[in-house]
Design a protein around this ligand. Structure first.
Ligand SMILES: [Zn+2]
Ligand SMILES: [Zn+2]
Length: 349
């Protein structure tokens, strides 16, 4: 065991602050990573505040981790000291169920081990995440980071990136298709970049007129203000696929109505309350309404390699570790372009 410095919450009602804890020593198949940057995901805030009612304190959030390999176990074959690597939302799974065998560890039938607040197989306690100096992870859940990309801007790919890449790939979005992305935040801005890179015609839907220029800059062919009924009416029945990244309550039926026959709307934003679906909006054109959770390890690696080849990263705002509470407050107001990333050098020693 070694003592690892981190930043976490000791209770749902407490602000995050410096918190030291024990991590396991590097086992035979483990990689010990010195963390350089960690992205800030909405889930971090939900978990730290116990808004999903499953947090076991203390909680050290962070599952958009990038850094450098500091030590490898003697059975590690894919990594060497000094490699640039990433860790996303999972650090383990059962590895034996049908989902795991298909490379869909995120749908592990036993449940994957979350990078934080997950049941740690080694310590018997809970896992601690990336708001910390270092992390020890089995090599099967460590990803290689392309060297040509800005490392800090790679961090959000590990959650926001794969969450949008995976459904766009699964539903085979590509040339000749009209694709809608709903919401321009951490997820949505990656959805726009990937859908464009896959060759689709991309339309961004946003409530905010101030995001029109950014939407076009990020790769959308067209931006529609979703609060303009006339503009929305023009889009009815014209989409092959829609990726909905909005985590707030909104009228999903309005977007289902934009799909062509057999079109699919995939929800990746997660509103706290149920979204009422008018079944007729599905029945009349055999439309599909689906969900999707991050991506498997192999697909996450494929996504990082794709980003390396196409020079895709997240648009980020770098913060110091002690600015995290301000960052959370701004994130709640959607006042971030488009992901906060913590410079882990600023974790006070
Ligand atoms: Zn996340
Ligand atoms: Zn499994």
């Amino acid at each position: 065991m070694f003592i690892c410095q981190g930043f976490g919450a000791t209770a749902a009602t407490e602000k995050l602050g410096p918190f030291s804890f024990e991590r396991r020593d590097t086992g035979p198949t483990d990689v010990r990573i010195d963390i350089r940057y960690c992205g800030v995901c909405h889930s971090d805030l939900h978990q730290a505040r116990n808004e999903w009612h499953n947090t076991i304190d203390p909680c050290v959030p962070g599952h958009e981790i990038v850094g450098q390999v500091a030590e490898v176990g003697d059975k590690v074959t894919r990594f060497a000291v000094g490699d640039l690597v990433g860790v996303g939302c999972m650090v383990d799974s059962c590895r034996e169920c049908a989902s795991c065998k298909q490379g869909l560890e995120q749908y592990c039938e036993v449940g994957f081990v979350g990078t934080y607040n997950g049941p740690d197989k080694h310590s018997g306690g809970m896992t601690f995440g990336g708001y910390s100096r270092a992390v020890v992870v089995d090599e099967a859940f460590v990803l290689k980071v392309p060297k040509n990309l800005d490392l800090a801007a790679v961090a959000p790919l590990l959650c926001a990136g794969i969450t949008t890449y995976s459904p766009l790939r699964h539903w085979k979005v590509g040339p000749g298709q009209r694709v809608g992305i709903v919401g321009l935040g951490g997820l949505g801005h990656m959805g726009v970049k990937f859908a464009r890179a896959f060759g689709a015609e991309v339309v961004l839907f946003t409530t905010s007129a101030s995001k029109v220029d950014d939407g076009l800059r990020l790769g959308a062919h067209k931006v529609v203000l979703s609060r303009d009924p006339d503009a929305m009416a023009k889009e009815v029945g014209s989409f092959d696929f829609i990726l909905d990244a909005v985590a707030a309550q909104h009228d999903i039926n309005e977007y289902l109505g934009l799909l062509k026959t057999d079109g699919t709307l995939v929800q990746v934003g997660a509103p706290e309350e149920p979204l009422p679906v008018a079944v007729f909006s599905l029945i009349m054109k055999r439309r599909n309404f689906a969900g999707s959770l991050i991506g498997g390890i192999a697909e996450t690696q494929e996504m990082l390699d794709f980003c390396g080849e196409h020079n895709i990263t997240s648009d980020i705002e770098m913060i110091r570790m002690d600015e995290i509470e301000t960052a959370y407050a701004r994130m709640l107001r959607s006042d971030v372009k488009y992901r906060f990333v913590i410079d882990m050098e600023t974790l006070a020693s």
